[in-house]
Design a binder for this molecule. Sequence first.
Ligand SMILES: [Zn+2]
Length: 227
Amino acid sequence: MRAAHHLLPTALAVAVTAVAGTLTAAVGAAPAHAAACSGYVGLTFDDGPSGDHTPALLNALQQNGLRATMFNEGQFAAAYPAQVRAEVNAGMWIGNHSYTHPHPTQLSQAQIDAEIARTQQAIAAAGGGTPQLFRPPYGETNATVQAVAAKYGLKQIIWDVDSQDWNGASTDAIVQAVSRLTAGQIVLMHEWPANTLAAVPRIARTLAGKGLCAGRISPQTGRAVAP
Ligand SMILES: [Zn+2]
């Protein structure tokens, strides 16, 4: 039912020109998802889950045919396990974003280990599976952080584009940030800003207009790939 959102404008124009009388049938029959994706980008939403924001965000993503990687904090996965399951059920992927959102480079190795290990456990216990991706809070990292992440089989994921949604970016600015993505790249967003939620339908249209689709992030390469 979301097929029209994924048709390339050029493909639609051809259809209108060639078979104007049967456009409705043509759109309904087109395998639009496969045909429209010339590349994939990684949409990421940090700092959840929550009872206040996760349901609306998941609804918006699903309504607009988007899948994303949710970098959950362990403390919130433990507090809102039903929202972790809701993320999985909505087709999202779940990554580790530490347990308490500390500045990782200010911690001892043992403290980093505890932050990562407890989050792996909390997400798995909630039904979110065992994450393979780790985003350090604030994007702050060093060799110790990376080594501990690797110990747990986690690929560190930063971002190519920062939407600045955490910093009060407008909905226009968030959409504009997503429009800068090229195939394989990853954008930083958060689950809590109202402007981010408002941007979701326009993010879907912007990506569709560029022939890009929302993909998963490969734990092998750290790049966005086909789901
Ligand atoms: Zn964060």
